[in-house]
Design a binder for this molecule. Structure first.
Ligand SMILES: [Ca+2]
Length: 471
């Protein structure tokens, strides 16, 4: 049974020394990352959800800047986390399929912060490799108080990486009534879907409890003022059009950042930011110079070895409301559980999303369609036989055209594909060119890169795959 990550730590807080830890200078604040696991951006109060209880995130948002348009480039765990920690997109850093590892010699935020004098710890989910590229101090819940209070004159970065609300959806209060919940757009309304969604909502509340416990760790040690809190949802949940896709429910992330010294409480921004921007931002806040960072990886857009992302410190300070003009998406289906070969790429600007399905003749398979994890997918297939809307939702998950274009301003749930609309052809051409330029910079060869995906997985997973092939 999974436990709340840091509840155990709070039990010993009252025994800890009462010495205030507030000597970290403004130029080197502490960092606390609180990372959910497969949580939809809009499945919490700060993003307008009225039915899922997230009181701690609600309170945090009132003290923070909330990002209306933040994105990961992939909607699955290992590539998402590794782009977050490296500031480099998935193909260039090597960790693009799930259960993957970055290229040998890759340097991450852990190195960069250590070189700036920080101690860097992680408790909870890892999903990265090799360890040399992510030399965290690996902590248990019992060690967190000691970690944050260890040395008053040395700043820390602590990553609390939750397992909630990743499937299986078994934890949390368990008191959501599926029959009364409003389902997100694009869901087929069956009793099985409602039961699964209620279980998922319960896990979101379990994550929110961990947010509360993590913030309490700071409060009880008098570290709130000098600590930048970065709470984020990681990527969408394993419902169709969420995880494993390049749709908004997969790629858009909740991002809430608090720092009482420099960030206006209760503010929101429309600036478009992405996960690869977070490492350079943290480096800058920590007193480093992002443009001087060596990621250990060739192929930055200027030909060097720097980040793919850019610091958005100025957004945090409120001096600008703009950052990126567009963000990118990539999905690798080869190698995921029950996966087919179905590479997806996407580009999004402030209003439109353009998607390319590079092997659209194939059918998209995964753990949902083949194994019916969380047991709702068969009910969708059943409903699709008699309900045209259900048939549409099922078929758009399994089979999609080579190109898709959505106007997110009028169609936020990406239901109406405009790719064949004559008046959109110039836009498609322009976005397509930008997407191709990005792929080229990344060393992304599309279907060929998909074909090489399993070579980028961890040794354990490769061994397992070889065994599966033998059996
Ligand atoms: Ca995840």
């Amino acid at each position: 049974m999974r436990r709340h990550l840091i509840a155990a730590a709070l039990g010993v807080l009252f025994c800890a020394s009462g010495i205030a830890q507030s000597t970290a200078a403004e130029s080197s604040p502490n960092f606390l990352f609180i990372i959910a696991d497969d949580m939809g951006c809009h499945d919490c109060g700060p993003y307008g959800n009225q039915q899922i209880r997230t009181p701690h995130l609600d309170r945090l948002a009132r003290q923070s800047m909330t990002f209306n348009r933040a994105f990961t480039a992939t909607a699955m765990c290992a590539p998402t986390r590794q782009q977050l920690y490296t500031g480099v997109f998935p193909v260039r850093n090597g960790a693009y399929p799930n259960h993957s590892r970055v290229k040998r010699g890759t340097r991450s935020l852990v190195h960069h912060l250590q070189e700036l004098g920080y101690r860097v710890g992680l408790v909870g989910k890892r999903h990265f490799g090799p360890t040399k590229s992510f030399p965290f101090e690996f902590l248990t819940p019992q060690l967190l108080t000691e970690f944050v209070t260890r040395k008053a004159d040395q700043p820390f970065c602590l990553v609390v990486a939750s397992n909630h609300p990743h499937a299986p959806w078994t934890e949390g209060p368990g008191d959501y009534n599926g029959e009364k919940l409003q389902l997100p757009e694009g869901f087929v309304d069956t009793p099985e879907t409602r039961a699964a969604y209620a279980a998922y909502c319960s896990e979101v509340t379990a994550f929110d409890d961990e947010v509360g416990e993590s913030l309490e760790l700071l409060r009880q040690n008098n570290l709130e003022k000098d600590t930048v809190v970065i709470a984020t949802s990681e990527q969408g949940p394993q419902f169709p059009a969420g995880k494993w896709t390049c749709y908004e429910y997969g790629l858009q992330v909740a991002l809430i950042i608090r720092w009482p010294q420099q960030i206006q409480a209760g503010s929101r921004t429309d600036a478009i930011v992405q996960y690869v921007d977070i490492a350079p931002t943290v480096v800058e806040l920590a007193g480093g110079t992002p443009s001087k960072i060596d990621t250990g990886l060739m192929g930055a857009s200027d030909g060097g070895r720097g980040f793919d992302g850019r610091s958005f410190c100025e957004v945090l300070r409120g001096t600008t409301g703009k950052h990126n003009d567009w963000v990118f998406g990539i999905h690798t289906t080869r190698g995921i559980i029950a996966g087919s070969d179905y590479p997806i790429r996407s580009i999004r600007d402030g209003r439109y999303k353009y998607i390319r399905n590079l092997n659209s003749e194939s059918t998209f398979n995964n753990i949902v369609t083949e194994k019916d994890q969380e047991t709702f997918w068969r009910s969708w297939e059943r409903e699709a036989k008699q309900n045209p809307m259900a048939a549409k939702f099922v078929s758009r998950y399994l089979k999609r055209p080579a190109e898709e274009l959505y106007d997110l301003q009028t169609d936020p749930w990406e239901m109406t594909n405009l790719a064949n609309s004559p008046e959109q052809q110039a836009r498609i051409k322009q976005m397509g060119r930008r997407l191709e330029a990005w792929m080229q910079q990344q060393g992304d060869r599309g279907i060929t890169t998909e074909g090489e995906a399993t070579l980028h997985r961890s040794r354990k997973r490769r061994k397992q795959a070889t065994a599966d092939e033998r059996n």
